[in-house]
Design a binder for this molecule. Structure first.
Ligand SMILES: [Fe+2]
Ligand SMILES: [Fe+2]
Length: 354
């Protein structure tokens, strides 16, 4: 696209009165007239124009100039009008026309020069260039609009997940911000593992849905203040698979990630976890990360049946269970961000009235 101050037409000519050419079709259009192909290339080095008019003269290698112009990406679609030279020694004008078109000229005018013909072609090419500009800027605007809409719908998806998880938390025996702290610990681990910020954010948000399958567990079990019986424990363990079933066939990438975490957050590195008894790296990384974050926060939080552990005790537990319950890399990543974790969880309720 050209600005008002930039030349809309560049004319390369050796004609003694080049003004006659531009006046034909370009009154009011800023133009730059040059007599040297090198100067033309320099003038067109970075900025597109509406039209390049090459008025060939004996000794000018017009096809070479056209090819050099076409090599510049911003001139790939610019209109180039070639006026083939009128030197009879050049031979067949049709041949000159073919060479010009082959080199990349948009159109070739043959001698003898017909002023009105040239004027019409020139104006058409300028109009074409401007229409193309308009189409391209419309396409760019459309792309921006699509990107904005996609970002907005992504933000809405995240917002809905956050709200749903707030609602789910009311039911569970987990004081208020368990999910927020788990997500914070997940972020710390992801960061410690060197995952990208985007990956970390996705896993953190998806991790908030790890226990969503507990919606199907009866209150009498979910809120039971004492130890669970064997059938109750079995019922409770179903939450992993239920959470997976609720989420796994979603078209949303985030919900599918959440399904994977719901299914695998109770797997153990040593293979003694549930529901599938996966071992080591058979457990998807988001599940391994969430396992560390979830257990850690469960330990340090007060529940109806226990007070919260001091942070150092929970830290020792993670260290002891590294390579047993937990992926050693995830534990190491977590401990490498220990100061952040302490700052994050300090505000938790350490004791809780049931
Ligand atoms: Fe769980
Ligand atoms: Fe949890």
């Amino acid at each position: 696209m050209t600005n008002a101050a930039d030349p809309a037409i560049v004319v390369v000519t050796a004609r003694p009165d080049p003004g006659g050419l531009t006046r034909l079709f370009a009154s009011g259009v800023p133009s730059l007239v040059v007599t040297d192909p090198g100067v033309a290339l320099a003038a067109l080095a970075t900025k597109p124009v509406d039209l390049v008019l090459i008025d060939a003269w004996p000794g000018l290698d017009a096809p070479a100039l056209i090819r050099a112009l076409r090599l510049k990406p911003h001139l790939a679609h610019t209109s180039i009008l070639l006026i083939a030279e009128s030197d009879p020694a050049e031979g067949d004008p049709a041949e000159a026309r073919r060479r010009g078109l082959e080199a990349g000229a948009t159109d070739v005018v043959l001698p003898p020069l017909d002023a009105s013909d040239l004027a019409i072609r020139g104006r058409n090419l300028i109009a074409l260039a401007r229409a193309q500009d308009a189409v391209e800027s419309q396409a760019r605007a459309l792309t921006r609009e699509v990107e904005r809409a996609a970002a907005e719908s992504q933000e809405r998806e995240r917002e809905i997940i956050r709200r749903l998880m707030l609602a789910a938390e009311f039911r569970d025996d987990q004081a208020g911000d368990h999910l927020t702290r788990v997500a914070g610990c997940v972020l710390a681990i992801a960061d410690g593992l060197g995952l990208s910020e985007e990956e970390g954010n996705d896993i953190a948000l998806a991790s908030t849905m790890h226990d969503i399958g507990k919606i199907g567990v009866a209150d009498s079990i979910l809120r039971k203040p004492g130890p669970l019986t064997e059938p109750e424990r079995y019922e409770m363990m179903q939450h992993a698979l239920r959470g997976y079933r609720m989420l796994h066939d979603s078209p949303s990438r985030l919900l599918r990630l959440a399904a994977e975490i719901a299914l695998t957050h109770h797997e153990r590195w040593d293979g003694a976890g549930y529901p599938q008894g996966l071992k080591g790296t058979e457990i998807p990384l988001p599940g391994r990360i969430t396992a560390v974050a979830d257990v850690f926060d469960a330990l340090i939080s007060a529940r109806v049946y226990k007070p919260g552990w001091p942070l150092e005790r929970a830290r020792r537990f993670l260290e002891e269970q590294s390579g047993a319950h937990f992926d050693p890399d995830c534990v190491a990543a977590f401990l490498s961000r220990w100061d952040d974790v302490v700052a994050l969880v300090e505000e938790r309720p350490a004791d809780r009235a049931a």
